[in-house]
Write a protein that binds this ligand. Structure first.
Ligand code: C5P
Length: 237
């Protein structure tokens, strides 16, 4: 159950955790896809700088793989330092990478909330950040989400039949996903490796209610090379 909790967001009370320890597999690259350039800067830098611009964000932790450490501490070091990013070691699963960020703020009493944002989402807008931050102050758990616009089908009988699914209550989960520190920690402490596709799912399993905040569908995740071309077009707009 949720506490009826209204917290005023103070300057620096949010730690942003950016999981960035994935690979370039689906992107078809032998390097981390986050190193691809968008408007002259790597993808991860856009994601981090949008969070860094918010006064509520006091720390930024980026979870990186062992293999990428030389790049982040070498050629990218200046950009990392420009945003005051703290590098932590990510893990095999995205949830391991988030956990590393959560552990890094364990003793920091100034942090009340954690905003988890895919480093692969470079286009989150400031208005959406403001909206999801305002909501988490009210509820303790809030995520950005976009209404589903496609017509959805459920396959039946090995594809020989199908049914249309009512999409009126369906949303695509985006990031940031923002939680009071104790709420997220409880979700992670109870996580025993059962598959989960986002952080909100771990929190839902504890019984805590996660609020949806309508976010812009422009906040795409770069997965395939064509996503980068779409992102270039959105950025140029
Ligand atoms: O692979 P996908 O794009 O869905 O991953 C979402 C985000 O999670 C990316 O920013 C990726 O770098 C990160 N990730 C991670 N650790 C993993 C897998 C993915 O930090 N083990």
């Amino acid at each position: 159950m949720n506490d009826p909790h209204q917290t005023k967001l103070t300057t620096g009370c949010i730690a942003a955790v950016l999981p960035a320890a994935g690979s370039g597999q689906r992107f078809g690259s032998d390097r981390n896809k986050l190193f691809a350039m968008l408007g002259g800067k790597p993808i991860w830098f856009h994601a981090a700088s949008r969070l860094a611009a918010r006064p509520e964000v006091g720390r930024i932790m980026m979870a990186i793989s062992e293999g990428d450490e030389a790049d982040f501490r070498g050629p990218f070091a200046e950009l990392v330092n420009e945003l005051g990013i703290e590098l932590v070691r990510g893990g095999d699963q995205r949830s391991d990478s988030v956990r590393a960020g959560l552990d890094a703020i364990a003793n920091d009493k100034s942090i009340e909330f954690i905003a988890i944002h895919d480093a692969a989402r470079p286009l989150v807008c400031d208005a959406d950040l403001a909206a999801v931050f305002a909501k988490v102050a009210e509820t303790g758990a809030a995520i950005l989400a976009a209404p589903v616009t496609a017509t959805l089908k459920r396959q039946l009988d090995d594809g020989n039949a199908s049914l249309t699914v009512d999409r009126s209550e369906l949303y695509t989960a985006l990031t940031p996903q923002v939680f009071r520190v104790d709420v997220l920690r409880c979700g992670y402490d109870r996580h025993r490796g059962r598959p989960a596709t986002d952080d909100a799912q771990l929190v839902e399993r504890t019984g805590y209610r996660v609020a949806l905040v309508h976010g812009s569908a422009d906040n795409i995740k770069i997965t395939h090379p064509e996503d980068l071309r779409i992102a270039e077009a959105i950025l140029a707009r």
